[in-house]
Design a protein around this ligand. Structure first.
Ligand SMILES: *[C@@H]1O[C@H](CO)[C@@H](O)[C@H](O)[C@H]1NC(C)=O
Ligand SMILES: *[C@@H]1O[C@H](CO)[C@@H](O)[C@H](O)[C@H]1NC(C)=O
Ligand SMILES: *[C@@H]1O[C@H](CO)[C@@H](O)[C@H](O)[C@H]1NC(C)=O
Ligand SMILES: *[C@@H]1O[C@H](CO)[C@@H](O)[C@H](O)[C@H]1NC(C)=O
Ligand SMILES: *[C@@H]1O[C@H](CO)[C@@H](O)[C@H](O)[C@H]1NC(C)=O
Ligand SMILES: *[C@@H]1O[C@H](CO)[C@@H](O)[C@H](O)[C@H]1NC(C)=O
Ligand SMILES: *[C@@H]1O[C@H](CO)[C@@H](O)[C@H](O)[C@H]1NC(C)=O
Ligand SMILES: [Zn+2]
Length: 511
């Protein structure tokens, strides 16, 4: 193991804030204390004159500099870093708060700092929420529901013990206070839909429910999240069941049947400070910023080499090769943290922009999962009616790229599963590509990423040909917009944003 690049790790005085500090976080704290301090994040900026001598970035030339060997070497490095977590987690992971994630942050910064002042590198700390569900259980009429699923960010039932009660059917979708009249000290039974799961769990708690069971309003299991708990607000422990099981129980309850239930949730939900890394070119028009991002973190279950080690690596490699050119417009690379906890880093960044900073960002491009083993070339189906103007032009750039290489592409829903959400919600045109997660490939019927969010998302879980093509696509997007935005729609400043248009925030449903 080489620890030299960890010298660039940042010490955050309030690295672990808040009340609940798991052992892993304490281990991490000690670990970060051990590495060399870096007191000054500012770089020695190169005299901007030297950039003038470089040729203007050219897509053909930039793409030619991308090689499979370089991507492989970086993937090996990331896997090595993921193993820093072995001691605390028993397996490689780059989940926020782990040594594997701090190691990733250190690696990103180290790789960018090697580039002789081409980039202004900054680190943006923010408070994220970790959620680990260790165990759930439930019974309805003394039987365990077959479709029982956990709800991310659910608190534990008291003392991690089961709570018992009679089910109370909540009126409508449980989005209004009136729906809860008559509920007290019971287990709330609520239909999915109309408002976020988190709102239902808060309302239920306020009306005295000891736990909540949410049943689906469409086929399939609920894979949901309660979202970040608002400060000082009590949230009831929550689990989910399917529509088929739920509808049956709901009809019995509405016929006046008494149905007993038990719910058990054993979980950890706690605040943890982590960081986004932002690197922008030190030259280029700062009134016209071209922005792109990938997430630096993985889920707890595994090392996340495809999700989103691949995007992180692609961005680092494009950022490295870009230094051989000059750009017309400022290019800003973002490495988000806590994507897997619900897009927290990118949301924090986008929401925290001043009106002026926001207005300078011409577009945001999301690169999450570039090399699924059984990939399809997916393009987010953005448009200029539902999304900020320019989102459609970006989509068309990707389509044209795949067409020009004779490759098929698939349009996929622009429904909130990755870090573009915060940008769209704050009026910034966005789009992106991916290669697929749990969906099946239309051509061969097999799952696109068999190791999605699992321990086996390792070096064997990468399609190297797709990785190369998509990194070239990223190079193309940077070269195109970094050199010329004259054909790209000008920014429209509007605050008319409907956040409920996104069903997901990351891989979990929010309502
Ligand atoms: C980009 O580079 C290629 C290869 O060197 C060259 O053929 C092409 O003309 C260049 N494009 C522009 C717009 O300069
Ligand atoms: C980390 O754990 C994995 C098993 O998940 C193992 O294959 C690997 O050898 C371990 N690495 C180190 C450095 O302990
Ligand atoms: C570098 O980036 C930081 C963070 O965005 C910004 O505050 C600072 O002004 C930038 N420095 C220069 C010289 O552009
Ligand atoms: C869930 O609860 C039921 C009823 O108490 C019990 O029989 C079952 O063993 C529990 N399952 C687990 C995995 O603890
Ligand atoms: C559940 O309902 C039954 C029948 O009305 C009642 O006897 C029992 O006390 C109720 N249990 C709870 C925990 O309220
Ligand atoms: C961004 O966050 C910082 C730190 O929390 C805060 O001081 C600043 O006011 C925020 N800016 C905006 C525009 O939200
Ligand atoms: C594109 O899709 C068509 C129809 O499914 C298929 O016949 C063709 O082989 C595909 N081409 C590539 C390059 O994958
Ligand atoms: Zn991801």
């Amino acid at each position: 193991m080489q620890f030299n690049y960890l010298a660039s790790l940042l010490i955050l005085s309030n690295l672990v804030s808040g009340a609940i500090v798991p052992q892993a976080a304490m281990d991490l704290f000690n670990f970060v204390e051990e590495v060399e301090l870096e007191s000054n994040l500012n770089l020695d900026y190169i005299n901007s004159k030297s950039f003038e001598d470089l040729p203007l970035v050219n897509t053909t030339e930039l793409q030619e500099l991308i090689t499979e060997e370089a991507l492989l070497a970086r993937a090996e490095k990331l896997y090595e870093i993921a193993q820093f977590s072995n001691k605390s987690y028993g397996h490689p992971t780059r989940v926020i708060g782990s040594k594997g994630h701090w190691g990733t942050i250190g690696y990103i910064k180290h790789e960018l700092k090697k580039l002789n002042g081409y980039y202004n590198i900054s680190v943006q700390p923010f408070k994220a929420f970790m959620s680990e569900i260790y165990k759930i259980n439930a019974t309805i009429n003394d039987e365990i529901p077959k479709s029982l699923t956990e709800m991310d960010m659910s608190p534990s039932t008291p003392n991690k013990e089961p709570v018992y009660g009679n089910l109370t059917l909540i009126a409508n979708n449980g989005c209004n206070e009136e729906d809860y009249i008559g509920l007290h000290g019971n287990i709330a039974f609520i239909k999915r839909g109309l408002c976020p799961f988190g709102e239902k769990a808060q309302l239920a708690a306020r009306f005295g429910a000891s736990a909540v069971i949410i049943y689906n309003n469409e086929q399939g299991d609920i894979r949901g999240t309660l979202g970040v708990p608002p400060e000082g607000v009590h949230v009831a422990p929550c689990v989910g069941i399917s529509k088929d099981e739920g509808d049956l129980i709901a009809s019995k309850l509405s016929n006046g049947e008494i149905i007993n239930a038990m719910v058990l949730v054993d979980s950890f939900v706690g605040p943890i400070t982590t960081v986004n890394v932002i690197a922008e070119t030190n030259h280029g028009d700062d009134e016209n910023v071209v922005m792109l991002g990938a997430h630096s973190d993985s889920v707890t279950a595994g090392p996340g080499i495809n999700d989103d080690g691949s995007g992180t690596i692609s961005l680092l490699e494009v950022a490295t090769q870009l230094t051989k050119f000059k750009v017309q417009n400022k290019v800003r690379f973002a490495f988000w943290a806590a994507e897997e906890e619900g897009l927290l880093g990118s949301n924090y960044y986008a929401e925290n922009l001043s009106v002026e900073e926001n207005s300078k960002i011409r577009l945001f491009m999301d690169y999450d999962m570039m090399a699924s083993p059984n990939y399809e070339y997916e393009v987010y189906d953005a448009n200029n009616i539902d999304n900020p103007k320019g989102s459609e032009e970006l989509k068309n750039l990707y389509i044209d790229f795949y067409n020009s290489k004779g490759l098929n592409h698939t349009l996929i829903p622009f429904d909130g599963r990755s870090d573009y959400v915060g940008f769209i919600e704050n009026g910034i045109p966005a789009g992106g590509i991916a290669t697929g997660a749990e969906k099946n490939n239309a051509e061969n019927g097999e799952v696109l990423d068999r190791c999605y969010h699992q321990l086996c998302d390792d070096l064997t879980n990468i399609a190297w040909d797709a990785f190369l093509v998509n990194t070239q696509l990223i190079a193309h997007s940077v070269a195109t917009y970094g050199s010329d935005l004259s054909d790209f729609p000008v920014r429209e400043i509007s605050d008319n944003v409907n956040s409920m248009s996104f069903a997901y925030r990351g891989d979990k449903l929010v309502y």
